[in-house]
Write a protein that binds this ligand. Structure first.
Ligand code: 4NP
Length: 156
């Protein structure tokens, strides 16, 4: 039996980038008719229980995904065995995820853009202090990564 892919997207606050990355991945999986589990979380607890940033909600809506119901949460120990893959948006997230990883972690932990040939090591820029137009770039990067992850999962 193969394990169903279960993918967690992680940023700092879980209100801007990771909800968009999760939305892009759900959309790409739907289009590919691939059965996956997806969620997102933050390394920080600043926005636990809060909805995504309005600029992320608007950007997802423009791309056909409703994320208004999502609620921020902080990454927890169970995530490291519940998910097969954990994708960090930037190097700081990656470092913080590795710091809190329990010793029995089984998830593969990488940067999100490592999935995109030619973008390995690159970060999903934090748009929190920018205008809504920057969230469109976040979506473009997340969408490219989502499609690349789906392609990899399909060849497994
Ligand atoms: P995110 O963006 O990590 O993409 O959700 C941020 C959200 C909140 C803060 C920083 C970045 N903050 O400082 O509250």
């Amino acid at each position: 039996m193969t394990t169903k892919p279960a993918v967690l997207f992680v940023c700092l606050g879980n209100i801007c980038r990771s909800p968009l990355a999760e939305a892009a991945f759900r959309k790409a999986a739907d289009e590919a008719d691939l059965n996956v589990e997806a969620d997102s979380a933050g390394t920080a607890a600043y926005h636990v229980g809060a909805p995504p940033d309005p600029r992320s909600i608007a950007t997802a809506a423009k791309n056909g995904v409703d994320i208004a119901h999502c609620q921020g949460r902080q990454i927890e120990h169970a995530d490291f065995t519940r998910f097969t893959h954990i994708f960090a948006m930037d190097h700081s997230n990656l470092k913080n995820i590795r710091t809190v990883a329990p010793s029995d972690a089984t998830a593969k932990i990488t940067l999100l853009l490592d999935a995109v040939p030619g973008r390995e090591g690159a970060e999903i820029a934090d748009p929190y202090y920018d205008g809504e137009e920057n969230f469109a770039y976040t979506w473009e990067d997340a969408w490219m990564a989502a499609q690349a992850i789906i392609r990899k999962l399909q060849t497994k």
